[in-house]
Design a binder for this molecule. Structure first.
Ligand SMILES: [Zn+2]
Ligand SMILES: [Zn+2]
Length: 280
């Protein structure tokens, strides 16, 4: 600090010069939008360069004059005891330049606050947490410096039917126990807005996953799609009528055959073994 700072280094880089700040914009989109891609219009608060002074901050944009107090160095020297102290010029705040008359439109800041509408291209297959950069759409720079960038942070809102895991889509579909037992069909929605028919084989268990190839999510910069997994959720019937109960009772009496419920039989034979072991 006590050396000769005036040789070399930064000189007269202008009044508070600098690139504008980057801005962040949070955007929440639906899974359908993420699947198809979309063009969204957003309104962002942004400071833009003042047209009247071209961002310089002076009346009519006249060039700032060299500061007389520091001769444009931005620093002044003062003798203090044995030392020569350098400090930032109080007249120009270190910029080396002064503006005699401020621009009345922006009050000398060189920028004005505005809202601007931007079109954002959301690519098909976009992932949650993706950052889209709009170059030069950030805050305006000072003194005609380049503007910052605008970063759009994409969040995909949870869907009420589908869960996404990268390129794959998962959903759980309740299946009546009669269809699960006898076999049947079920129609499920797909993320592209269509429908897919699933054949339920007789004896389908809860938790079984059907895989629908290429019915999943779109993939960024690709024509391919992930898969869709449909998990069967066999529903136990409730609110039975008297007649239904009778039929089921009859069904139960009929089915003393252990082959009807191999899982149950298998489990309880293990339980019997366990209890036998505990006796010893
Ligand atoms: Zn000065
Ligand atoms: Zn201005």
């Amino acid at each position: 600090m006590f050396g000769d700072a005036f040789s070399g280094g930064r000189k007269n880089t202008g009044r508070q010069s600098g690139r504008g700040s980057d801005l962040r914009y949070n955007m929440e989109i639906s899974l359908t939008q993420a699947f198809k891609g979309d063009k969204a219009k957003i309104r962002v608060p942004a400071s833009v360069q003042c047209k009247d002074c071209k961002g310089i901050g002076s009346k009519n944009g006249v060039a700032p004059e060299t500061c007389n107090a520091c001769n444009g160095h931005g620093k002044v020297r003062a003798q203090q005891g044995f030392f020569t102290i350098e400090r930032t010029c109080p007249t120009c705040q270190g910029s080396g330049q002064v503006i005699k008359e401020s621009c009345s439109v922006c009050k000398g800041s060189g920028r004005i606050q505005k809202q601007k509408t931007l079109s954002v291209n959301i690519p098909s297959g976009v992932e949650d947490g993706t950052r889209i950069r709009l170059s030069g759409e950030g805050e305006a720079g000072l003194n005609g410096s380049p503007p910052g960038d605008l970063y759009i942070f994409i969040t995909i809102s949870p869907h009420y039917i589908f869960q996404r895991d990268n390129a794959n889509i998962y959903c759980r579909v309740p299946i009546p126990f009669t269809s699960a037992s006898l076999g049947g069909h079920v129609e499920v929605p797909t993320v592209d807005g269509g429908r897919a028919k699933i054949t339920i084989p007789a004896g389908t268990q809860s938790g079984f996953q059907f895989r629908l190839k290429s019915k999943g999510m779109s993939i960024l910069r690709s024509k391919e799609r992930g898969d869709m997994f449909v998990e069967a959720l066999v529903e136990t019937p409730v609110n039975l009528s008297k007649r239904q109960k009778e039929i089921l009772k009859e069904f139960e009496d009929e089915g003393k055959n252990e082959k009807n419920n191999p899982e149950t039989e298998g489990f309880f034979s293990k339980v019997r073994d366990l209890w036998e072991d505990l006796k010893d």
